[in-house]
Design a protein around this ligand. Sequence first.
Ligand SMILES: [Zn+2]
Length: 247
Amino acid sequence: MAKKIDTHAHLGECCVFGLYATEEDILRRMDESGVDATIIQPYPGATDYHQRHDEIADLCARHPGRFFGLASVSPHVGKDKYQREIERCVKDLKFVALKLHTIGHAVNPLTEDGDLVFATAFQFGIPAMVHTGAGIPFSLPALCMPAANKYPDLKIILAHAGGGIVSAEAQVAASICKNLYLETSWCLGEDIRWMINTIGPDRIMMGADLPSNVPVEFAKYKALEIEPAVYDKVMGETAIDVFKLTW
Ligand SMILES: [Zn+2]
C-alpha cells in the first residue's frame, strides 16, 4: 500500500500561537489515521529552536522511518547564526527541509532576510516551506513568486496553500511558477479538488499542522472521492519525491 505522509507537523511549545504538541499526541494521531511518516518542525514560537531541533532529531532516532526533521529558525537572528544552525540541521541531524514562517517569525519573503531563507535552502539543496494564508500581507502566496523565479531549481512549498482565504492566489502562483508546491492543511475540500485538477497531483501534498487536525484532513481527502492513483500521490508519493524521503 502507498505510504501516507503528513508533511506539516510541529513538536513542542509555541509562544506565538499559544500551542503545545506532545510526542504522545502526535504518535497517537498518526496511528489512528494510518500515517506512515510525519515531517516535523519546531513551532515558530519555540523558546529554544536549537534544543527543539535536537529533540526532533532524537524523536527521529527513536522511531526510525516515522519522522523526518524540518528546520525552523528566524532569519532575524542574523546571517551567520542562521546559516550555522541550518547547516547543523542538514549535515548533522539529517533534516530534509527548512521553514520560512512569514507570520510567526515576522518575515516578508520579499526582504533581505526573506531572501536569506531561500538562498540558504538553495545552498543546502533542500526545499523551503513557507507559511501562507493567515497573516496577510506577509503570508500572501504571490510574495513567493520572485524567489521561485530567482531560484528555479529550489522547491518552494506553500504551507496551507493559502489556507482557504487566499487559496485561489496560491493556485495562480503555482500555475505560473512550476517550482511552487502546495501543502493543503486548513484548505476547503473543494479548494483541494480544484488545485489537484489545475496544478496536478505531483505538486499537491497533504499536511495536518496540528495533531487533532490529522483525522480531519484525512476525512476531508476521503470525502473528495478522488481516484486511487491520484489519492496515493497527494497523500504520500509526491512528498516522498519532493522531500527525497528514504527508508
Ligand atoms: Zn504549522
